[in-house]
Design a binder for this molecule. Structure first.
Ligand SMILES: *Cc1c(COP(=O)(O)O)cnc(C)c1O
Length: 392
């Protein structure tokens, strides 16, 4: 598979066929596996190969197919699938860290990621330094010779700030620290994250990889040594495994991932360009709009600008709520990466728990709305947005 294009890998990589030679991958909906003999059971517990299974919390053939397929897409040596994106973030960080360690993290983080680095890790004696992820000088100042890892989201939620992964990796690697990237917003299709210097990549597969709003899932990608000897022991003993059914949904989601992400990103760019300068908007935020604060970086780092755009509506929360309530096609929901376009008001939902000053510092104004662009026709979505803006 390694010399094929990623579109081909997304359809074929990792496939394991049963004795029936099925075309579509089978769901091995089983907790356990039968051994022919006591000796075989003993041998498998001592050292199981990638094709030998023990218990679904450790691994399962359908889950292994998903892991191998996404590893092939990302160009990673190995992957471990998890029950949710947060199980992946938790697994990657806690499996690597111990009391006394020092880490540096971007402060622009998904709410639950922020809870892990700001509240949970310090509770276990890990020293955490939060920096403005877009400021390489701040990373340089914060990283120390004893820094264990740097953590960041490549594109931040919901203000879509882009972090220079190569810049952070050069600083981190210079100090012997690893770089862990939560890459949900950039997607595995638009960004070669390992080539940019990331050591560990995390996805919530709940988002684009399912892409049709059905299942929770997550995945951790990295070297075989890291995945099998660091992440796996932590995850298999703490219970964050992906279910075989969810793995099957994610596996089938991968087959159409490239097509969906490209279609959604093309629509997002078209809508962002059309709305830019709209009299009812203070700002239209999209990484591939020329007035984006990190436009050059976003163009260099991401093949497309992603499937999410944010609008800062004039008139604060009142206007933003009127806009959400007037939308007919775009649904109010906090997920993203779905085939259905979804809109959320971060200040009162996903980022509600943050103090007002923190929200302000992150650029999450009361008028900001985040739109995850789906697979609908761009004219229908634009019509919905423009009509709703008229009454704000
Ligand atoms: C959604 C999301 C998560 C959490 O994923 P779940 O599957 O909901 O647990 C983590 N990081 C980012 C950037 C996300 O968008």
């Amino acid at each position: 598979m390694s010399d094929h294009h990623h579109q081909t890998k997304l359809v074929h990589a990792g496939t394991r066929r049963s004795q029936y030679n099925e075309v579509s991958e089978a769901i091995f909906l089983t907790q356990g596996f039968v051994y022919e003999t006591a000796e075989q059971a003993a041998a498998r517990f001592e050292n199981a190969s990638r094709e030998e299974f023990i218990y679904a919390r450790y691994g399962n053939p359908t889950v292994a197919m998903f892991e191998d397929r996404i590893a092939a897409l990302e160009g990673a040596q190995d992957a471990f699938a998890t029950a949710s994106g947060m199980a992946a973030v938790n697994g990657a960080l806690f499996s690597m860290l111990k009391a006394g360690d020092h880490i540096v993290s971007a402060k622009q983080l998904f709410g639950s990621c922020l809870y892990i680095v700001e509240t949970l890790l310090p509770r276990f004696g890990v020293e955490v330094e939060l920096v403005d992820g877009t400021d390489l000088e701040a990373w340089k100042k914060a990283v120390r010779p004893d820094t264990k890892l740097c953590f960041l989201e490549a594109v931040s939620n919901p203000t879509l700030e882009v972090i220079d992964i190569k810049g952070v990796a050069d600083i981190a690697h210079g100090a012997g620290a690893l770089v862990v990237v939560d890459n949900v917003f950039a997607t595995p299709v638009f960004q070669r994250t390992l080539d940019l210097g990331a050591d560990v990549i995390i996805y919530s597969t709940t988002k684009h990889i399912d892409g049709q709003g059905r299942c929770l899932g997550g995945v951790i990608l990295g070297t075989q040594d890291f995945v099998r000897n660091v992440a796996e022991p932590y995850l298999k003993h703490t219970g964050g495994a992906m279910s075989p059914f969810n793995a099957w949904v994610m596996l089938k989601g991968l087959e159409t991932l490239d097509l969906r992400c490209r279609a959604q990103a093309a629509t997002a760019l078209k809508i962002a360009k059309t709305l830019h300068g709209h009299p009812k908007l203070d700002r239209t935020i999209y990484p591939h709009l020329p007035d984006h604060a990190q436009f050059d970086l976003a163009k260099a780092q991401m093949e497309e600008g992603g499937t999410v755009l944010s609008l800062d509506i004039k008139g604060g929360q009142k206007a933003a709520f009127r806009f959400l309530n007037a939308l007919k096609l775009i649904l109010i929901s906090n997920n993203l990466g779905d085939a259905k376009s979804l809109v959320t008001h971060p200040a009162t939902t996903t980022h509600q728990r943050l103090p007002a000053e923190t929200r302000a510092a992150l650029g999450i104004t009361d008028g900001l709305v985040r739109i995850s662009i789906g697979l609908e026709h761009s004219d229908d979505l634009l019509g919905d947005i423009e009509t709703a803006l008229e009454i704000t």
